[in-house]
Design a protein around this ligand. Sequence first.
Ligand SMILES: [Zn+2]
Length: 234
Amino acid sequence: MRVLAVGGHPDDLESLCGGTLARFAREGHEVVMCHVANGNKGSFEHSSEETARIRTGEARRAAELCGATHITLGVPDGEVLSADRAQRSLVVDLVRDAMPDLIITHFPGDYHNDHNETSRLVFDASFLASVPLFVSGKPHHDKVTPIYYTDTLAGLGFVPTEFVDISEVIGIKEAMLRAHESQVAWMCDHDGVDLVEHMKIANAFRGQQCGVAYAEGFAPCLTGLRCTTKRLLP
Ligand SMILES: [Zn+2]
């Protein structure tokens, strides 16, 4: 199976579904990890350009740790906009290149608007990717791909309906998140949040809900053309 995961910022996929992506890769599936925004506002000490460069490098290392391919779309932080035609075309081409069987992205009611706009971008663009007359220079994808939404930050406002046991890969997930060294420091300084501890508590809580040590929660996008009878998650 080919799995395309699309997050807002460089560390979001690692936080919210890194364990599931690690399991997909370990079980022989192709995984592409893409972040739409380049992370360029997440620093007290570096310029925007330096911050984007540092964070892209961190995301590349994190993806390597789980055996995924890394892509960034390079949109500045705070400027992800689903109505923007250029951004929509970028995501159409992302889907057409990846030809995914499953797309994972943010739930469209998370704490950061870049996450919510990423979710809408992915929803819109993954439909348009299947439309031959939406011309982008790349061949159209032959289906409207099912989407699964990740948990939100701290699980607020989100009710998972499917769980993935990540107990055996929690070490890989933690290493992926720690690869985002600059963001771990930023979240501590700017928000008073220990990103790694925060993730482990959230995943232990989801684990309690489904009877394992650590789990990630998801909900399918239940709209026309997206539903399936198959279990797509590990
Ligand atoms: Zn984010």
